[in-house]
Write a protein that binds this ligand. Structure first.
Ligand code: HEM
Length: 161
């Protein structure tokens, strides 16, 4: 009788461990699969607007970029706060945030600027400096760089041809 009870208790305990064990493993793997959006990992809209604002504050007066007369003319005509708003909405949307980008497509808004490979490279350097200044983690920074890289064919004049 005592041995029978022990067997029963052992079965219950083992079954419990198995069920608990499987549940735990399953919960871990599913939470790994469902990682938060880039938007959430960056900390939401407030930190995104800070990075975008710093980026445009460095980009707009840059001498290398403004040696291109089309870029120089556009930055004098288009208000920087407007660009900050548009770029913030774009980054917010494509990183999985709640914003809706309602500006023009990348090709339409950059074709007339005749942006070269050299100017593109300069922009990426400035962006990397801004990521470092704001302590954006390596992984999230690289995801932002990848997003920017995905627009290159529409923005660089020679690459778009
Ligand atoms: C070398 C690279 C770049 C330069 C020099 C540049 C410069 C400019 C300039 C001067 C404008 C205003 C154009 C106009 O209205 O006449 C503009 C618009 C804009 N740019 Fe860029 N840009 C660059 C790359 C990028 C990238 C990588 C993104 C985003 C991933 C971006 C997002 C935008 C947006 C959202 C607008 C506003 C579009 C609208 O008016 O609806 N730009 N850019």
């Amino acid at each position: 009788m005592a041995i029978h009870s022990l067997n029963l208790i052992t079965k219950i305990v083992v079954t419990g461990i198995l069920i608990f064990g499987f549940n735990t493993t399953f919960a871990q793997s599913s939470s790994e699969a469902e990682q938060p959006s880039l938007y959430d990992r960056l900390g939401g809209l407030a930190p995104i607007t800070v990075v975008v604002s710093d980026f445009l504050d460095a980009l707009v007066p840059d001498a290398t970029l403004n040696a291109n007369p089309a870029i120089d003319a556009a930055r004098k005509r288009v208000p920087t706060p407007y660009l900050k708003y548009r770029v913030s909405a774009l980054v917010c949307q494509v990183s999985g945030g709640p914003c809706q980008y309602q500006g023009r497509a990348m090709k339409e808004s950059h074709t007339h600027l005749n942006i070269t490979e050299t100017e593109w490279a300069r922009m990426v350097t400035i962006f990397r400096e801004v990521l470092a200044k704001n302590n954006v983690p390596e992984k999230e920074g690289q995801e932002l760089i990848d997003i920017i890289a995905s627009t290159k064919a529409d923005i660089v004049a020679s690459a778009a041809e």
